[in-house]
Design a protein around this ligand. Structure first.
Ligand SMILES: [Zn+2]
Ligand SMILES: [Zn+2]
Length: 482
């Protein structure tokens, strides 16, 4: 058998690019190990040899991550860490986080009237600070005991929990639980209608509005003037603004997609979102807080020490905000993203892939035929089928998402034709298939519905596979081999 030497050599040459644009629903920014980052590889080595020594650096590493994150994302701090973004985006979690941020703010701790006093009845301290927080936020017991969200239509990300109520897929909708969010049609709202909806929602216990910048449903982009309108109406109704950037961070041409130039202009430019949900490719999920966010700004966190102290108080509520190996990995990803300027590169990647698609599939020449932003690309399902590209796809959606790796190779037209789009990709796919056969593995994702591939009967010519669902198998059998 040819493997290992020769095959490994060939394999290493092509590892930079293949036709997997599914990338674990965008969880993989790069297929290069963070070991290529010198200081991270040193940490891993040390962790393997002597984990206790690295463990003693825990606070230092977490602090370093927090600082790097806030620099990279222009003032947003990763205050709350979670295993999954859906765990973070819960009204009760957000309400507690915000109450904690008020209670430990300079407004409270630096106030001779509000600050906790020695020898005081703890109940009196708690009551006084709670009253102040509710007054500051415009909340009553409804917001504390049954907090809820307003969501701008198009949120699809949540696979379970309260936000799953808004999903158009019955499998997701059927398992939704928790309070139903208030849904607003942001695309067609006027300033008056939006203000009326938000005012009513706030009075019913809503604490925040959640939006995403690119629709996971059909790849349409939130227009800057709609974003500005939402910011203005959130501020007017004293609702926190939360942007879900789980899918869009880094790969949409800016650190967070809403930090793109077109959103940083216009009349509402001074108003910034208060909270950002991050996850997937970042290696860790959580909630980032903007201390100069439209609403949080009122808490007067002007000193870095005050911000750090509040973050420390919040993180002290859990035994360990993030496990050490996860932290090292996340630090490596962020350092590489900064060193290689992935936000800028994602624009080049998006341009290259859109260019090739328009060239090879003339039907996609219309401006609205390819949607998304940067390296988050939404195309018609048939186009993905035509090029035999593994996509972040859902069984019934006519739109699929391409989430290419953010390596240099993904912006190289020649390599894209050779390894992904063109007839020439046949030999690259062949090598992948040989390697998979050697290891007893198969392509990861069902070509038709995007979930884990399970059928033994996968295509060795195209390096594509399928799950055992009957509908998928039927559709898969119809694919034209390369
Ligand atoms: Zn399937
Ligand atoms: Zn095939």
């Amino acid at each position: 058998m040819e493997y290992p030497e020769k095959l490994r050599e060939r394999q290493s040459k092509m590892q930079t690019l293949d036709h997997d644009f599914h990338s674990a629903w965008g969880c993989v920014y790069s297929n290069q190990s963070t070991l290529s980052e010198a200081s991270i590889s040193g940490l891993w080595q040390q962790y393997a040899d002597d984990p206790a020594t690295v463990d003693r650096k825990y606070h230092m590493l977490l602090h370093e991550y927090t600082t790097l994150f806030s620099t990279f994302f222009d003032g947003y701090y990763p205050i709350s860490m979670h295993a999954h973004a859906s765990d973070a985006l819960l009204p009760t979690t957000i309400a507690s986080l915000v109450l904690n941020t008020v209670a430990t703010s300079p407004l409270v701790l630096n106030s001779p009237v509000l600050a906790p006093m020695a020898h005081e009845d703890p109940k009196a301290t708690g009551g006084r600070i709670r009253d102040f927080a509710l007054d500051f936020l415009g909340w009553n017991t409804a917001h504390v005991q049954a907090p809820n969200f307003v969501v701008a239509e198009g949120i699809y990300g949540a696979g379970f929990g309260p936000l799953a109520h808004t999903s158009k897929e019955w499998e997701v909708n059927a398992i939704a639980s928790g309070p139903k969010p208030v849904v607003v049609d942001l695309r067609n709202a006027t300033r008056d209608s939006l203000n009326a909806t938000l005012a009513e929602a706030k009075s019913q216990g809503c604490i925040a509005v959640v939006c995403d910048m690119v629709s996971t449903e059909d790849g349409s982009v939130l227009q800057p003037e709609r974003f500005a309108l939402l910011k203005a109406c959130c501020a007017q109704n004293r609702l926190l603004m939360i942007v879900d950037e789980t899918m869009t961070a880094i790969r949409c041409g800016a650190p967070f997609a809403f930090q793109r130039a077109e959103y940083a202009m216009g009349e509402e430019v001074d108003k910034k979102p208060d909270l950002v949900i991050f996850g997937k490719g970042m290696g860790v999920s959580g909630i980032a807080m903007g201390f100069d966010g439209a609403m949080i700004k009122g808490l007067t966190y002007t000193k870095i020490e005050d911000i750090q102290q509040t973050i420390r108080y919040w993180r002290a509520l859990v035994s360990r905000p993030v496990r050490l190996p996860v932290l090292i990995e996340a630090l490596g990803i962020l350092r590489t993203a900064q060193a290689e300027n992935w936000p800028e590169r994602s624009v080049e990647i998006g341009d290259a892939i859109r260019g090739i698609t328009r060239e090879l599939a003339p039907g996609t020449k219309e401006p609205s035929a390819i949607r998304g932003l940067g390296a988050m690309i939404a195309v018609d399902r048939e186009v993905a089928m035509q090029f035999r590209v593994m996509s972040a796809i859902r069984r019934r959606s006519p739109w699929v998402r391409w989430l290419p790796k953010l390596s240099r190779a993904s912006s190289d037209r020649g390599l894209l034709v050779q390894k992904v789009f063109g007839e020439e990709s046949k030999s690259s796919r062949q090598i992948l298939a040989e390697e998979a056969s050697h290891h007893g593995t198969m392509p990861l994702w069902c070509f038709i519905c995007g979930i884990e591939a399970t059928s033994e009967d996968w295509c060795k010519t195209c390096y594509l596979s399928v799950c055992n669902n009957e509908v998928c198998e039927q559709a898969f059998r119809r694919h034209a081999c390369i």
